[in-house]
Design a protein around this ligand. Structure first.
Ligand code: AMP
Ligand code: MG
Length: 313
């Protein structure tokens, strides 16, 4: 009887461990890049991965935040001489490539314009034409439209070198998945309703992927019934009035996903569709200001009615 009990205990102990394996994630919350970031990581080294990713986020923020006086990007904006690591130089080159590829819709040097609207100091105002045109002719780095996606790529590099099974990282609504969910089912990512506190639909993701949303509801102010949001049309200096309320980009590369979500928002639905036809590295979900939903044919969107955007050969 004693032996049976003992065996049972050993069995339960091992079974219990195996049953628990990966079911409970390590969770960590970090405040960086002016937003709350949630990490959920499963696996043997989830703890150390969470710590490394937390310090990565703080390091990236200290380096690339244009709001921090002593950051590298502020030094660059003051035209101080700085030496860049290879990685930093590459990032600055990459954002310039993304600027060209999107025909200027993604513009990493709009800091003066965002400041003119008070989005940086959270002191919102409508700038005069004069202020706007001088801001447009004063290009200064602001990597706010790409940094959370870039952070996702860097986090994936950490996760790849650690013994973890899966992770879901939520950087203020920008999602990075990694590996497998504990129960083997796809990751389910909700697409926020731009005009409500619920999800419009769900995107299913298998494996490692970035799901990044740009929306007119994320940062905005209203004056005389008009919404002035934080995504700027570089051609005018005004908040992009493209008829879109949000764009979600699903892409293996987080930096590309982030830059493209901003750029496609500026382009508007028709130009964004054409842009997608020319590329094969991303899928997208578009929500217009009147609430219509459109998704490219590989977006794996469910839970709502939407128009599918298909490949033209
Ligand atoms: P996101 O939420 O990724 O679309 O990025 C928006 C942020 O990027 C804004 O808060 C600005 O800091 C900056 N930004 C605004 N408009 C643009 C643009 N057209 N291209 C690149 N960055 C932009
Ligand atoms: Mg972006």
């Amino acid at each position: 009887m004693k032996r049976t009990l003992c065996l049972l205990t050993v069995f339960c102990f091992f079974f219990g461990l195996a049953g628990c394996k990966n079911t409970k994630p390590v969770q960590e919350t970090v405040f960086a890049m002016d937003t709350v970031m949630d990490l959920q990581i499963w696996g043997a080294e989830a703890d150390s991965a969470a710590k490394s990713i937390s310090s990565l986020l703080l390091r990236l923020d200290n380096t690339w935040s244009a709001a921090k006086e002593d950051s590298l990007i502020s030094q660059l904006n003051r035209k101080e001489s700085v030496s860049l690591t290879r990685e930093q130089a590459e990032l600055l080159e990459d954002v310039q490539v993304l600027n060209k590829e999107t025909n200027g819709a993604f513009d990493p040097r709009l800091l003066s314009v965002s400041k003119a609207w008070g989005f940086y100091e959270k002191d919102h105002r409508i700038p005069t034409e004069e202020t706007l045109s001088s801001a447009l002719s004063d290009p200064k780095w602001d990597l706010g439209a790409v940094m959370k996606g870039y952070a996702g790529d860097q986090a994936v590099a950490i996760l790849e070198e650690t013994d973890v099974d899966g992770a879901i990282l939520n950087f203020g609504g920008n999602i990075q998945t990694f590996g497998q969910k504990a129960d083997g089912t796809p990751w389910q990512i909700g697409i926020q309703n731009p005009r409500g506190n619920n999800y419009v639909g769900i995107v299913s993701i298998v494996g490692t992927c970035a799901v990044v949303t740009s929306g007119d509801y994320q940062r905005y102010f209203e004056k005389d019934g008009v919404r002035y949001h934080h995504i700027i049309d570089p051609k005018t200096g005004y908040p992009a009035d493209s008829g879109l309320a949000s764009v979600t980009v699903i892409c293996k590369n987080g930096k590309t996903a982030d830059a493209l979500s901003t750029a496609l928002f500026v382009m508007g639905l028709e130009a964004a569709k054409d842009f997608w036809q020319e590329r094969d590295d991303f899928q997208a979900v578009f929500i217009t200001t009147d609430g219509s939903v459109y998704a490219t044919d590989g977006a794996a969107l469910s839970g709502c009615e939407y128009e599918v955007i298909c490949r033209e050969n």
